[in-house]
Structures are given as C-alpha cells and as structure tokens.
Design a binder for this molecule. Structure first.
Ligand code: ADP
Length: 664
C-alpha cells in the first residue's frame, strides 16, 4: 500500500528514468573499460615488439662484428710471416682505442697498434752474461776495492755489445754510489739511460737508468728535479713505451708512486685502468692459449674481468701462431654497435650487455625499467647476455594514459548529462502534473464559487415567489441579499472573463490620468458599504494631495485594489478591520492594504502570485477562492509599469502594496 503510494507519478517516472540512466551509464562504462583494457594490451604488445626488434638488431650487429673479426683473425693466423706486420697494422688501424690485435707465438705476444700494452708476457731478455763482470765483482765485493772495481767496469763500459755496456754502467754507478761519488753515479746512470732498449736488470736500460737517477737526485737534495723527471717517466710508463713484464711494470709504477706525481684526472685514470685491463687480459689470453688443446687454440672466446673492467677475447689460430682481438667495451660499442645508435634512439630502447656473472659491460638499464627482452649467450653467440628495455617507459603507454583520461572524461560528461537530463525531465513532468492538478482544482473551485450565490439566489427567489414573506422590511432585506449575491456573481464572472482575456493576451487597458487619492477612496468606500453588514470597517489614511495622478485604467486598478481588499477580509477571520494607506515614494505612489489576518508563510509568499495557486491555510480557514486574483493583480499592475509586493508573517497579518509611477 505504502509502496504503491510512493510509486505514484512522478515517483514511478523518477524510478524509471533512474533505471534507464543507470543501465545506460553502466553499459557505457563497461564498454569503455573493455576498450581501455584492449588498448593497454595493445600498447604493451607494441613495446614488446619494439624490444624484440631491437634485441634482434643488436644481436645481429654483435654477431656481424664478431664474425668479421673472427674471419680476419683466421686470415692473420695463417698469413706468411713476412706479410703479417703490414696486414696486422692495417686491420688494427680500424680498431677503437679500446681494442687491440694480438699476435700470439710460443715466444711471446705482439700487440697492434704498438705501444698499447703496458706489460706483456715475454721471454727473458738476453742480458750480458754475469761472467763478463766477474772480475769487477770480485774486486767490489770480496776485496772491497771500490776504485779497482770501478776501473774494471769502466773498461767494460766501452764494449761494443750494448748489453755489456749497460751491465757495466749499472755496476759502475753502483760502485760510485758506494764511494759517495753521487755526481759521478748520476753521470753513469745518465749514460745508462742513453742505451735505449738494451736489456739490463730485467728492463730496458733507458728505464733503469732514468729511474736510478731519481733516487740519486733525491739524495742530493734535488727533489724538484727528481719529481719532474718522475712525472715524465710515469707518463711514458703509462703510455706503454717499454716492453715490460707484469712484474717490472708493477715494480716501476709502485716506485714512481713514491715521488709526488701530479694526480691523474678522471679521464686519465679511466684510460689507465682500461689499458691495465687490456694488458691483464692479454696475459690471461696468452696463458689460456698456451695451455689450450689444439681445438681451443683454433677458436675461442671469453670475457676476462679486471677490477670491474670486462674485456672480450676472441681468438683464432694454429699451433704456432694465434691471432686475437682483445676488445674492451669501447671497441664493441663504437666498433660494432655504433651503426645502431640512430635505430636504438629512434626505438627509444636501452640495453645492457652483461657477462655470465651479471657484470655489466656496455650500457645500462634503469632500475625501474618495465618489460625486458633477453638474449642468452647461445643467441648472441658471444659470452654475453643481452637485455633490452624500453628507454622512455613507452610513449605508447603515455598515449594509452592520455586516451584513458579522455575516455574517463567523456564518461564523466555522459553521466553528468544523464543526471542533468533526468533532473530536467523529472522537473518538467512534475511541473506539468502540478499544473494539471492546479487546473482541475481551479475548475472545482470555480464551480463551488458559482454554486454558493446561485443557491442563495434560488432560495430567496423561491421564498419571494411563494408570497410567504409578509413583512416589507424583510422582503427588502432579501432583495438586498439577492443584489449582493448578484454583484458577487457578476464580479466573479467578469473576473473569469478578464482572466480568460489575460491568458489569451487580449486584456486591453484604457489608460488616462487618474486622481489616485479619489480612486482609492471610492473603491474603499464601496467595499466598506458592501461589507458593513458583516461588521467590517476600512480605515483609510490618504497622504497624497488631491492632484496626484497616475496614468492608468481606473477600472482595472480599482479591480486590483478590490481584490486586495477582498483577500484581506477573506483571510482575516478574527479582526474585522482593513487598513488602506496611500503615500508618495519618490516617483511612485504606493497603495498599501494591510490586515491582521492569518498571514502567509515565506514558502507560499514566493508562489501566491502564480495563477491557480492557493495557500494551504486558505482552505483551513474556509475561505473560498479560485487562485487567480493575485495573478490578475500582478498582470494589471505590470501593464501599468508598476509592482505589487507582499510583506507578511504567519499569524500576524499581511500587507500587500501596489506601486504605480506618478504622472507629473
Ligand atoms: P484566492 O482566490 O485563493 O484568494 P488569490 O490569488 O487572491 O486567490 O490569492 C492566492 C492565495 O494567497 C490565497 O489562496 C491565500 O492563501 C493567499 N492570500 C492572499 N491574500 C492574503 C491575505 N490578505 N492574507 C493571507 N493570505 C492571503
């Protein structure tokens, strides 16, 4: 029962509309969501494809670089010895500064381009046999005859064999030092350093001589000179000037570190570390090649890492000669992968080449990288694993996000539209329903209004017709009542007719200058006369001079005022006085009708000027009416460029004020 009442229109309509809206919005949302899901999958797929493509390209480039290198190495390993140096130099010239071609023989190694090896495996250099210096050493150590020993060495220092000369000078300087002849010793070391590559004491004479000079200089207090020379020497050592074994290289670099060398900048340090890594890799290579069986000698590849510097070794060879490429990251990156740069940049990918234990060799992958594509050692055919990631975590994903934002926005808009539409429809429908209700109430009210005077008229007519009213006075009273009722009827019908004309837009006004004071007085007087019988008084306060005029249709304004007076009386069940005041307000004249009746609530004050609208309390006090009176008043006053306002408190009475422009 409750539910059915609740579901009456417009409730039923509201529910129906709501249902439709919810279904529509839900369906659209589901569709949009599915669309977005697919879109995202597509974006992911596109990224994946891009990564796969890039991984393939990188793998191919690596394979190509390695294959070309292997081919050249094979050729070099079997080339005639006479042609080897030229061919090797030519190919080595194409390598990056981080790459080195190494020719391996059972005797040692040879690097191309030359001068890049800080140290290398090599056979013991053929120094002068110790026996040559035996006589001098007997004098020096057994007899402690320093002068004799010096003489013996000096004689040898003119030998035609540079190795002998070098050994003699070294010993001579030693003796001179022991004898406290620093200047002489310095001189001898200088001579020694002039002997170039002559092997002495496990290293080239020039290095040994110059190094020995440093300590003497220091002993002599010539520190600045010593440090300067040490710096030059260190530079040459780092440039791979001398063929040294690893042990000698270590020895001399540590020795030189004892002199205040100018510190290396970061680039210099990096260069040195790479060079050391290469040298280390070459010794490893040689050890592996020497120790390898036939098959391994023929073809091999490996990564060796020295202090986090990985170096790739690729070699080919025979039992007697091997050719190897020793490649640091630079060689691979600039030599093999440089051609890919534009492609990789375009595809917005980053990659990482790592060795078996996961040490990064080339490139890097951001920690937050999304999907990865991996190529294993078998796929790269090198001892490296390749990982490729999207560099720009995907322009595709950004596009997807933009689309998602748009779809969400459209959905929100759609929902809003549905809500607004729903609201408008419900409002429209309920307005129509309300209007229909008011109209039918109006019809009922009009019928009722008509019936009351008609009933009275019929009764009195019957009474009078039946001749049963004997007294003249009584008869006159009856006639009076009949006249009042007829007046009422006429006013009612004329009011309805006027309303009809107003609705049709055909209500005409015959305006002319009217003395407003007199007009109000006349209407008030007429109203007072008609209502006097029921005990009503109208108190008029007229504050305008007689000459005050308005340009108006006197009859229409009079009817409006009558309406207000009639309402004041109708809605004042307890106080039988109506106050009327006429006053000037700037360029206007205000006619206020005040009562001390039931008053009007704030909510009703907003609507009572609409047609057919009757206040809720109107019915309660049993006041009859059709709800068109105030609508007519507003229309008429509006047509006279005037206004009508209400000021009221429930229970305290109301004041309706008409304002019309004064005709000056
Ligand atoms: P009605 O035929 O109902 O009087 P009106 O258009 O003249 O129609 O008035 C509309 C409504 O305004 C009334 O039903 C009543 O509720 C309210 N109203 C008008 N005048 C007064 C008044 N003087 N005191 C209280 N209520 C009033």
């Amino acid at each position: 029962m409750e539910l059915r009442r609740w579901l009456q229109p417009p409730r039923r309509l509201v529910v129906l509309f709501l249902l439709i809206a919810v279904v529509l919005v839900t369906a659209t949302s589901v569709l949009a969501w599915r669309f977005l899901e697919q879109d995202r999958a597509l974006a992911r797929q596109r990224i994946q494809d891009r990564l796969e493509r890039s991984a393939d390209v990188i793998t191919a480039a690596l394979g190509r670089g390695a294959a070309e290198a292997r081919e050249t190495l094979t050729r070099l390993s079997s080339l005639a010895s006479a042609e080897l140096p030229t061919a090797a130099s030519r190919w080595a010239g194409t390598l990056d500064s981080d790459g080195l071609l190494v020719i391996l023989t059972p005797d040692g190694v040879q690097g191309f381009p030359p001068g890049r090896l800080l140290y290398r495996p090599m056979p013991e250099p053929r120094e002068a046999p110790a026996a040559v210096f035996a006589a001098g050493e007997v004098l020096e150590f057994r007899r402690r005859d320093l002068a004799g020993a010096a003489a013996a060495y000096r004689a040898l220092a003119t030998s035609r064999d540079t190795a002998v000369r070098a050994g003699a000078l070294l010993r001579m300087a030693r003796v001179e030092r022991k004898a406290g002849q620093s200047a002489r010793a310095l001189e001898s070391y200088t001579r020694l350093s002039g002997l170039g590559m002559a092997p002495v004491s496990g290293a080239p004479a020039s290095l040994v001589g110059r190094h020995a000079r440093l300590s003497i200089l220091r002993e002599m207090g010539r520190t600045a000179e010593a440090e300067r020379e040490a710096a030059t020497l260190a530079d040459e050592l780092r440039a791979g000037t001398w063929p040294l074994t690893r042990a000698s290289y270590r020895f001399y670099s540590e020795e030189l570190a004892g002199y205040a060398l100018p510190p290396l900048d970061s680039a210099g340090r990096a260069r040195l570390e790479r060079a050391e890594a290469i040298a280390y890799a070459v010794s490893e290579l040689r050890a592996r090649w020497i120790g390898a069986d036939e098959e391994r000698r023929q073809d091999g590849s490996e990564v060796v890492t020295w202090r986090a510097h990985p170096v790739l070794l690729l070699w080919r060879g025979t039992a007697t000669r091997g050719a190897a490429l020793v490649a640091g990251p630079g060689q691979v990156e600039h030599g093999w992968l440089a051609v890919l740069r534009p492609t990789l940049d375009r595809e917005q990918v980053t990659f990482l080449l790592a060795d078996a234990s996961g040490n990064g060799l080339i490139g890097s992958i951001p920690a937050m990288a999304g999907p990865l594509v991996t190529r294993t050692t078998t796929e790269t055919r090198l001892p490296w694993t390749l990982r490729v990631a999207s560099g720009s975590s995907g322009a595709d994903l950004a596009q997807y996000a933009a689309r998602r934002r748009m779809v969400t926005l459209v959905l929100a808009g759609l929902t809003l539209l549905a809500v607004v539409g729903l609201y408008a429809a419900i409002r429209g429908v309920s307005r129509e329903l309300e209007a229909a209700r008011l109209q039918s109430e109006f019809v009922a009210a009009v019928s009722h209004e008509l019936r009351t005077p008609l009933t009275a008229l019929r009764q009195f007519t019957e009474l009078l017709a039946s001749d049963r009213v004997g007294l003249e006075e009584q008869r006159r009273r009856y006639y009076g009542v009949m006249q009042r009722e007829t007046d009422r009827l006429q006013r009612l019908v004329e009011g309805l007719l006027d309303f009809g004309r107003m609705e049709a837009g055909a209500l005409e006004f015959h305006r002319m200058p009217v003395a407003v004071g007199k007009l109000v007085r006349d209407v008030a007087l007429e109203f007072q006369q008609q209502m006097a019988e029921d005990g009503w008084t109208v108190e008029l306060a007229d504050h305008v001079p007689e000459s005050t005029r308005v340009y108006a249709d006197a009859e229409a304004i009079g009817r409006s005022l009558w309406n207000l007076l009639d309402n004041a009386a109708k809605y004042s069940p307890d106080h039988r006085t109506v106050w009327v005041e006429v006053r000037r307000e700037d360029g206007q004249v205000a006619i206020a009708v005040r009562d001390r009746g039931i008053g009007i609530s704030a909510a009703e004050r907003a609507t009572i000027f609409d047609k057919f609208v009757r206040g809720a309390s109107a019915g309660k006090v049993g006041a009859k009416g059709t709800g068109i009176g105030l609508a007519m008043v507003r229309h008429i006053v509006g047509a006279h460029e005037g206004t009508v306002t209400v000021d009221s408190e429930p229970g305290m009475g109301s004041t309706f004020t008409l304002r019309l422009p004064v005709e000056e």
